[in-house]
Ligand binder design. Sequence first.
Ligand code: SF4
Length: 177
Amino acid sequence: MAQIELPLVADNPKDIEELREEIGPLVHMDLLENLLNHARSRSLWPLTFGLACCAIEMMAAGAARFDLDRIGAGVFRPSARQADVMILAGTISRKMATPIKTLWDQMPSPKWAIAMGGCTIDGGPFKYPGQYAIVEGADKIVPVDVYVPGCPPRPEALFAALFKLEEKIRAGKKFNK
Ligand code: SF4
């Protein structure tokens, strides 16, 4: 039987965290986890939350013409405590960075983040040398799972991002803390 060699002492919490990631869970309920991942991927609950013009496209994706309910992602929650997907849609001004982090921390795990639009990915048209007003990328605040390029991306692009996220969840790729 293969032996897992563990160091006897993990000096600091970072070491322990790295060890946990390396080893994974001691008991692995494969069938149950697959089932849960499948259920999670088909019942995404986004946070009702928009930052700028990209949010208009996100709202369009939820409305009748495109209808996010068709893929089980139309139940936008008014409370972060009931949501498992944060769609960051729009320019992130510096003053919004702290509220975004607070909302993210309030969301229960497992949870996922989608960066929608050029502004959210890296500052978009508002990125230039010496700018002081915006955060140049959502990944500086929360761990992003899927990026949606465009200015603004169309609702179809958001659907594609959600499909990509569903695939990722079903594959059990990452559960953000
Ligand atoms: S990417 Fe374009 S549409 Fe989206 S928030 Fe920025 S400027 Fe507005």
